[in-house]
Design a protein around this ligand. Sequence first.
Ligand code: MN
Length: 385
Amino acid sequence: MSDKVWLVNEELVKEARSFIQEAVSISNEKLAIIYHGDGDGCCSAYFASRFLKRLGAEQISYRWVSTADFDFKCLENPMLKDKPNLAIFLDLPIYTRADFLRTLRRKSKIFIYDHHQPGKFAGSNLPDRAKFLYINPVIHQDGSTPATTFAWQLNGENDLLCKEVLFMGLYTESWATGAPFFQDMSQEHKNKLKEVARAIHSSFLMQNMNKVHYALNFLFSLDRPIIEIEDLGQNRGYQILKNIYKLVQNEKEWLLYLIMQDMKKMPQPRYVLKRIDSRFRLCGIIASELRWRYPELVVGIWQKWRNLYYCELRKGKDCPINLVELIEEIKKEARLKTGGGHPEAAAFTANEYHFKKAVEKIKEIMKDYMRKRRELKEKNGGSEQ
Ligand SMILES: [Mn+2]
């Protein structure tokens, strides 16, 4: 039914294992794990850390990089100063930063596992294979196997707690359903893990918190499987995650209410394009909620994200517009910093000037589309209500 590649090729995992092992065994020096700020990135960092600790690593530093703009600049200077013996990048398209990698490589061994579309790859400019290993299943095998799966294989342990973390990482990537690893897990067990996974994911929706690791610390605090803990609420780390989760949910509900109040003023909306202001990255979940309320429209929700504007696009089930194509149209008129996604869900970032141009373009396209649709309905004798 699915063409998902559930496991990373064992040869690639072996190569990664010996690359990392060698770097750790040379000396007991500084190691760094840099992970994508989401459920998959965090769970993969957990497994990579377990693996390093088993190899005897003592000094591991952690950082995460958030989705909206993959702002690698904020980690480049500290890392070049820190000079870790080995830097492990998980679930991050860091290969777009060729200059940084070239400089870092002088002092550090670099390992990258990423499963995003490779895009511009700097690897060909990095001749020293002994110091650089990049694995991306999109390139090296046919599929986009999540980072959690890779790191779980790398770590090689398969106790119940590991299986639970694997489930949570895959759940946040929509890879848990149908995966061949969880057949013996009860539905109740899975539901419990989903709740924890949502709390883990929420902790990465805050701005400028890249050195705080609430979710990872919570995972490290677990000394037995989650299912065996009678009252998870007693766990301090989980209390923090849950509080953040509630904060995010409350803010989402409130912003959604404001948008709905605004939309009521428009009896026949042709699009839903709204700005929100929040310290949390909420465009995605708010746009996703609105798509159900406006099945015929394109929904775009944006917010200021550090120096950029960040917009999430969703479309209702009865809207035939392809969002990837929409973004391609926008690109003809506005210079986007990032932009892409799937036909039903896409996102882009741009500076203020180009962002405004982009939003105007979306309005234009939507007005045009809705006008044509109305004309077609009239021709067919139907009427717009
Ligand atoms: Mn990710």
